[in-house]
Design a protein around this ligand. Structure first.
Ligand SMILES: *Cc1c(COP(=O)(O)O)cnc(C)c1O
Length: 361
């Protein structure tokens, strides 16, 4: 009984998902008494100097960790990445303009749907025919496109762009599920956006990083809350920001910096994904969903070749303290989400369960 209470849980949840222990502890303390004020973080004014410092530090840490050029601004807003789909097109797709999108699954589909309300959308490539098991190739981008939009990592299907696509137009990317997981050059981007709850913090805020010089060129009237220029002019304090998610995000960004920054996160993530994919390829009972060249370092999707083993495997990983391994309903099987805060040790526990199944069958 006692053992059960202190058993370590290995959290493979796809989102909201694992955060570093030290971040959770510090956040718990701040909810009771923030900065020794005798007040909770969530009961002080967002205009107080203590909270303004949190927002400023969070925005600065993003600039530093992503090595954003001077012309970039960073905001933390509400509405999730799902409002980001529309906000992206509102701010960067000119009236009567055209943009290119790559369809790699659920989230890019939703982005395409919203953008179609605002302009002409060219879907350059899609892997729909094979249940999104790979990143499609594409070519023939119309140079008159205002931007090309892609989902850098496909949380549900477990595919990921290997690097930044090399095209002749500016890029916009939904990086919700792999932001801060690997280094990249921000220069080709007009906008990067990411919901916090996959690799950055709790649900409730979405990060926008964008080239401010690319704003204001659409010719349309943008509602105030959706206008990135309005938020930038108010230092991300146009209205009451989501104070708790922004605070916990700031703590997570501090943690990433203390661990060695994005390059160090990338190394950790590559070690974790190698461990799981090597086992998927070696173990005769399992197969991966994503094709090898499109595999995600964040979300590994796999299944049993023989469903008759499912009950035994489910018991093995549950008993090992693993949580959140069930695949999304559109893919089935299993999904191991290995965001920055997940230790290598947790992946080893999963691999051990896969090997135990092999030995027992
Ligand atoms: C989870 C997810 C979203 C949706 O984010 P919300 O914050 O729930 O709107 C969008 N894009 C990707 C890649 C995701 O993983």
């Amino acid at each position: 009984m006692l053992q059960l209470c202190i058993m370590k849980i290995h959290n493979f949840s796809a989102g909201p998902c694992i955060l570093p222990d030290e971040v959770l502890q510090e956040a718990a303390g701040a909810v009771q008494n923030f900065n020794g004020l005798g007040l909770s973080l969530i009961e002080i004014s967002h205009r107080s100097k203590d909270f303004v410092a949190v927002m400023d530090e969070a925005r600065e840490l993003v600039k530093e960790l992503l090595q954003l050029p001077e012309r970039f601004d960073v905001l933390f807003l509400q509405g999730g990445a799902s409002l980001g789909f529309y906000t992206a097109a509102m701010n960067f797709l000119p009236e009567d303009g055209k943009a290119a999108y790559i369809d790699t699954g659920t989230w890019s589909n939703k982005a395409i749907k919203e953008a179609k309300h605002l302009g002409d959308i060219d879907v350059l490539g899609s892997s729909k025919d094979t249940n999104y098991n790979h990143i499609p190739s594409f070519n023939g981008i119309d140079p008159s496109c205002a931007f090309m939009h892609y989902t850098s990592n496909n949380t549900i299907f477990g595919t990921q762009f290997k690097g930044t696509p090399d095209v002749q137009v500016p890029l916009i990317s939904d990086m919700s599920s792999d932001i801060f997981s690997r280094t990249f050059d921000p220069n080709p981007f007009h906008l990067i956006y990411a919901g916090a709850q996959k690799n950055m913090g709790p649900a409730g805020t979405v990060m926008y990083a964008f080239d401010r010089e690319a704003l204001g060129k659409t010719g349309r009237t943008i509602p105030s809350y959706m206008d990135l220029a309005v938020h930038a002019s108010k230092d991300s304090m146009f209205n009451t920001p989501p104070v708790f998610p922004v605070y916990v995000t700031m703590l997570t960004l501090r943690w990433m910096k203390s661990m060695g920054g994005v390059a160090a996160m990338q190394q950790r993530n590559e070690a974790k994904s190698k461990l799981i994919y090597d086992e998927i390829d070696r173990n005769p009972l399992f197969e991966g969903h994503a094709t090898v060249d499109s595999r995600s370092h964040m979300n590994a999707t796999f299944r049993l070749l023989d469903a008759a083993h499912a009950d035994r495997f489910d018991a093995l990983w549950t008993d090992a303290g693993i949580s959140g391994l069930k695949g999304h309903r559109s893919v089935g099987g299993y999904r191991a989400s290995m965001y920055n805060a997940l230790p290598l040790e947790s992946v080893q526990v999963l691999v051990d369960a896969m090997q135990a199944l092999e030995q027992k069958s």
